[in-house]
Write a protein that binds this ligand. Structure first.
Ligand SMILES: O=C(O)c1ccc[n+]([C@@H]2O[C@H](COP(=O)([O-])O)[C@@H](O)[C@H]2O)c1
Ligand SMILES: Cc1cc2nc[nH]c2cc1C
Length: 400
C-alpha cells in the first residue's frame, strides 16, 4: 500500500509535464512487484521452449581437452619435484587446463552461486530448525555476516544469493528468481511440477551464464534451505541405489527420533511418488528441491561454457548427481570440495566417482567448503606457472 501511494504521488507530480516518466515508474513498480511475488527469467517460456533450452545446454558440454592436459602433464613432470608428488594439486592443474582447453589455465574472477529454497516436507519434523531460518539466514548473507561471506572474502570471491523458492517475502540484495514459494510436502505428493523443476534448473543456468558474461571463470555451488537434506537424501538414495538408512543423516542436528521421522518421510515420498530413476527430471520434480534444481542448472551451464565449478557439500552433491544424470560429461567440470559429515555424502560422491579435496568435518553448506577449495585450485595454477624446472634450477633429475 505504501509503495502504491508513493507511485501515485509521483504520478500526480509528473504525469502532466513528463508522461513518459510516469509510464516508466509504473512499469518498474509492477515488474518489481511481480518479481517479489514469484517472477523468474523462465516464467514466460512454454514447456517445449524450456526443454529446448535444456537440450541445447547439455548438447554443448564437451569432453575435456586431452591435448591441453597432456601438455600440462609434461610441464608438471619437468618441475623440481619427484613426479606426481604434488598429488591432487597436479590433478587440479590438469583438470583446469582440460576444462579451459589451454596448457596455460588462468583464474580471473571467482563467484559463489548460492541458491536458496524452502521445502514443504519440513512439516514432517525433519529439521532441527524452523523454516523461517531460511529467509533469516538469507538476510544474514545479504548483510555479509554468514560463514560464506567470511570465507568468500578471504578467498577474494563474490557471493551471489538467488531466491529460487524461499517460502517468505524477501527483498534486498538477492537475485529475485522465485519459481514457487517453496516446494510441496514430497511425502504427500510431488515436491514440484516438472515445469517448476525445469524452470528452477534453467534459472540456475541463467544466473551462471550472466556471471560468466561478467568475467567470472571459477564457480562454487552453494545452497541454503531448511529441510533440504531430506530431498537430497532421497535423490542420493535413488541415484546410488543406497538404503535410506545409509543416506539419512542429522542435517542441522536432529535427534534420533528426528532421524526416524526423516527416514519415514523419504520412504513415504518414494512410495507415493514412484520416481522414475531413468528420468532425472522426474526424480528432481517429485523428491527434489528448487535450489537443488538451480544447482544442477548452474553446473550444466558452467560445463557448457568451459568453466570449472567447485561442488560444495551434501545438498550440492545431490544437485551434481542430477546434472550428471542429465549430462554425464558435466562430471569432468566438477571439483568436489570437502567430505561433509552428513552421512550420505560419501555415497553421493562415490556415485559421481569423485574424491573430495578437503576433509574438515564440516556440514554447513552455503558453499563454505567450496570457497575454501578456491585456494587450492589457485595454488595448483601457481605451481604450474611459477615453479622452476629441473633445467632452470640446475637440479639433477631422477637417476634410476
Ligand atoms: O552441505 C552440507 O553438507 C550440509 C549438511 C547439513 C546441513 N546443511 C545445511 O543445513 C540446512 C539443511 O539441514 P536440514 O537439517 O534443515 O535438512 C541447509 O540450509 C543446508 O545448507 C548443509
Ligand atoms: C543457522 C543456520 C545457518 C545455515 N547455513 C546454511 N544452512 C543453515 C542452517 C542454519 C540453522
Amino acid at each position: 500500500m505504501l509503495r502504491l501511494s508513493i507511485v501515485w504521488k509521483a504520478a500526480v507530480m509528473t504525469v502532466k509535464s513528463r508522461p513518459q516518466i510516469f509510464l516508466w515508474s509504473g512499469l518498474f513498480y509492477f515488474t518489481k512487484y511481480d518479481i517479489i511475488r514469484g517472477g523468474n527469467y523462465m516464467k514466460n517460456l512454454t514447456e517445449d521452449q524450456l526443454y529446448a533450452r535444456l537440450e541445447e545446454l547439455t548438447a554443448n558440454i564437451l569432453d575435456l581437452d586431452q591435448e591441453a592436459m597432456a601438455q600440462i602433464q609434461v610441464r608438471l613432470d619437468s618441475l623440481t619435484k619427484p613426479q606426481g608428488s604434488l598429488g591432487q594439486l597436479e590433478h587440479l592443474a590438469k583438470q583446469l587446463g582440460g576444462i579451459q582447453r589451454t596448457s596455460n589455465p588462468k583464474i580471473q574472477k571467482k563467484a559463489v552461486l548460492l541458491m536458496a529454497g524452502d521445502h514443504g516436507v519440513v512439516e514432517e519434523g525433519v529439521s532441527a530448525f524452523p523454516q523461517e531460518v531460511t529467509p533469516q539466514m538469507a538476510y544474514n548473507i545479504m548483510n555479509g555476516g554468514a560463514a560464506i561471506n567470511v570465507l568468500a572474502r578471504q578467498a577474494n570471491a563474490d557471493v551471489f544469493l538467488t531466491d529460487v523458492g524461499i517460502a517468505f517475502p524477501i527483498d534486498g540484495n538477492i537475485i529475485h528468481q522465485r519459481v514457487a514459494n517453496g516446494t510441496q510436502n514430497m511425502s504427500k505428493g510431488p515436491a514440484m511440477s516438472r515445469h517448476e523443476a525445469l524452470q528452477a534448473l534453467l534459472v540456475g543456468a541463467q544466473v551462471a551464464e550472466e556471471k560468466i558474461l561478467e568475467g567470472y571463470n571459477l564457480f562454487a555451488t552453494g545452497e541454503l534451505g531448511i529441510g533440504n537434506t531430506t530431498p537430497s537424501s532421497a535423490i542420493v538414495a535413488l541415484f546410488t541405489n543406497s538404503s535410506i538408512e545409509d543416506v539419512v543423516g542429522r542435517g542441522t542436528g536432529i535427534d534420533d527420533a528426528g532421524v526416524i521421522r526423516k527416514r519415514r518421510a523419504i520412504e513415504k515420498a518414494i512410495e507415493v511418488n514412484q520416481p522414475n530413476t531413468t528420468d532425472a527430471l522426474d526424480v528432481l520434480a517429485k523428491v527434489g528441491g528448487l535450489e537443488i534444481a538451480a544447482i544442477a542448472g548452474s553446473i550444466l551451464q558452467a560445463a557448457a561454457n568451459h568453466v570449472p565449478i567447485v561442488v560444495d557439500g551434501f545438498i550440492s552433491t545431490a544437485g551434481a548427481l542430477i546434472a550428471a544424470k542429465l549430462a554425464p560429461k558435466s562430471v569432468a567440470y566438477m571439483i568436489p570440495s570437502h567430505g561433509s559429515v552428513e552421512i550420505g555424502h560419501r555415497n553421493a560422491l562415490a556415485g559421481l566417482g569423485l574424491d573430495p579435496v578437503l576433509n574438515l568435518n564440516m556440514r554447513l553448506g552455503e558453499g563454505t567448503g567450496a570457497a575454501l577449495t578456491f585456494y587450492l585450485v589457485e595454488a595448483a595454477l601457481h605451481i604450474l606457472e611459477e615453479m622452476a624446472t629441473f633445467a632452470d634450477a640446475g637440479v639433477s633429475e631422477k637417476s634410476i
